[in-house]
Ligand binder design. Structure first.
Ligand code: SF4
Ligand code: SF4
Length: 381
C-alpha cells in the first residue's frame, strides 16, 4: 500500500471528495428522472444518517421529486416515557442511575432524569457500559444501569452481563431492536416509502442478511449505507436504481464494515442475554419484538425484579401528560417533517425540549433546529 494511503487527511478525502460527490449527485438526478414518475420516497432508519445529511448539506443536492425521509432511528427519541419513568422511580428511591448522555434530558411522564437529579437524585452520565461496572465497584450503594439504544449498545450491555456484574449492579433494559420497527413503517397504510437506507453501524452486528426476510415480505429494497457523504449518496443512487428496476433486494453498500452474516460472536452474546419482546416505542406505538429484555436466567440482575417500580404512584402525581401537540410519532413514521410541528423552534427548542426528538444530537427536530433542515451545500461535501 502506498504510504500516502495512511495519511488521515487523504483517507478522509476518499469519502468526502467533492468531484465524486458531484458525480454521484448527477447520477442520483439521472436515476430519479429515469423512474419516469415523481415523487419517490425513501426512508433512512438512522439519526446518524440525518445528521450527516444535514451537516454536509446533502438535502439541497437531492433531485426534486426524491423525498429522503427520516425514520425511527434514534435510540433517545424512541425510548418511551414510561421507560424513563421507571428510571425516575428508582432514582427517587435513592438508587444510583447510570445512563448514556442525552437520555437524562428526555421527558418522562412527569419529569426527566435531569429533573430528578435537580431534586437530589444520583444520576450518572456514562459513555460505555464498562464505566457502569467501575461505578458500581466504587460504591456499596445499589447502582442501576438504565441501558438504552439499539443492537450496537445492547451488545455492549450483554458483554458486561456475561462478564459478571458486581452484586450491587443491576440492569434496567430499555434496549430496542431495529428490524421490527421497519416492519411497522412498511405496514402503515399511509406509507409512501418505496425503499430503505439501513444503518451501517447496526448492520455491522446483525449483518445485511437480517433484512432479507423483510424485503421478501414487503417487496421493497434495502440498501445498507455508511455515514460519510459519499456513502449516503452512493447508497441513494443504488436504492433509486433498485426501485427503478423493480428489483427489491438487499444491497450492502458498506462492505468495508458490514458483511452478510454480521458479527456472529456479538449476535451470540446479544441473544444469550436478551430476548425480543413486544413493547411501545415512543411515538410509534407497539412494536412486536421491538424491545430487548433480559432473559429469565438473568432475573437476579434485572432491576425490574430486584426493585419495586411503582409507576402508578408517579403517574398519579404527574402534572400533565406529554404535550399533545408533539408530532414525534408522525415524524418517526415518515409522515411529517419537524417543521410541520407548530411547537418547532417556538415552545420546543434544544434548550427546552417538549418531545424526545428535540433532545438527542441524533433527533430529527434537534438536527433540523441546528442545521436548518435544508441548508446549502457546504464547500466540503
Ligand atoms: S418540535 Fe418538539 S414537540 Fe414538535 S415534534 Fe419535534 S420534539 Fe415534538
Ligand atoms: S430523531 Fe426522531 S425522527 Fe429522527 S431518527 Fe431519531 S427517532 Fe427518528
Amino acid at each position: 500500500m502506498p504510504s500516502t494511503d495512511r495519511d488521515p487527511a487523504l483517507f478522509e478525502l476518499k469519502f468526502r471528495d467533492p468531484a465524486r460527490a458531484r458525480a454521484l449527485v448527477e447520477a442520483l438526478g439521472r436515476r430519479t428522472a429515469e423512474l419516469g414518475r415523481t415523487p419517490v420516497s425513501v426512508m433512512h432508519v438512522c439519526g446518524s444518517h440525518e445528521q450527516a445529511i444535514a451537516k454536509f448539506g446533502l438535502r439541497s443536492t437531492f433531485p426534486r421529486g426524491l423525498n429522503v425521509i427520516m425514520g425511527p432511528g434514534c435510540p433517545v427519541c424512541i425510548t418511551d416515557a414510561p421507560e424513563v419513568d421507571e428510571g425516575v422511580v428508582l432514582a427517587r428511591q435513592g438508587v444510583h442511575i447510570a445512563t448514556y448522555g442525552d437520555m437524562v434530558r428526555v421527558p418522562g411522564t412527569s419529569m426527566s432524569l435531569a429533573d430528578a437529579q435537580a431534586d437530589g437524585a444520583k444520576i450518572h452520565v456514562i459513555y460505555s457500559a464498562a464505566q457502569v461496572v467501575e461505578l458500581a465497584q466504587s460504591t456499596s450503594d445499589q447502582v442501576v444501569f438504565f441501558a438504552t439504544g439499539f443492537e450496537t449498545t445492547a451488545v455492549a450491555t450483554a458483554a458486561i452481563v456475561l462478564g459478571g456484574l458486581p452484586s450491587n449492579l443491576s440492569i434496567l433494559s430499555a434496549h430496542k431492536y431495529i428490524p421490527p420497527a421497519m416492519e411497522i413503517v412498511a405496514e402503515v397504510p399511509e406509507t409512501k416509502v418505496e425503499g430503505f437506507l439501513a444503518a451501517g453501524h447496526a448492520a455491522t452486528i446483525t449483518g445485511s442478511a437480517v433484512f432479507e426476510p423483510f424485503v421478501a415480505r414487503h417487496h421493497v429494497p434495502v440498501v445498507v449505507a455508511g455515514f460519510e457523504p459519499l456513502d449516503i449518496l452512493a447508497g441513494l443512487v443504488k436504492l433509486v436504481e433498485l426501485i427503478r428496476d423493480r428489483t427489491p433486494q438487499v444491497v450492502n453498500m458498506f462492505p468495508r464494515c458490514v458483511t452478510r452474516a454480521g458479527n456472529l460472536r456479538a449476535q451470540e452474546q446479544l441473544w444469550k442475554v436478551f430476548r425480543p419482546t413486544g413493547g411501545r416505542w415512543r411515538g410509534i406505538a407497539h412494536v412486536p419484538n421491538g424491545n430487548l429484555r433480559l432473559r429469565d436466567e438473568f432475573r437476579s440482575i434485572d432491576a425490574r425484579r430486584r426493585f419495586t417500580i411503582d409507576l402508578a404512584s408517579l403517574w398519579d402525581h404527574a402534572p400533565a401528560a406529554l404535550a399533545q401537540s408533539c408530532i414525534c410519532g408522525d415524524i418517526m413514521a415518515g409522515l411529517s417533517s419537524p417543521t410541520d410541528c407548530k411547537l418547532f423552534g417556538q415552545e420546543c427548542t434544544p434548550e427546552k425540549p417538549v418531545g424526545a426528538c428535540m433532545v438527542s444530537s441524533e433527533g430529527a427536530c434537534k438536527i433540523w433546529h441546528e442545521y436548518g433542515g435544508h441548508p446549502d451545500l457546504g464547500g466540503d461535501a
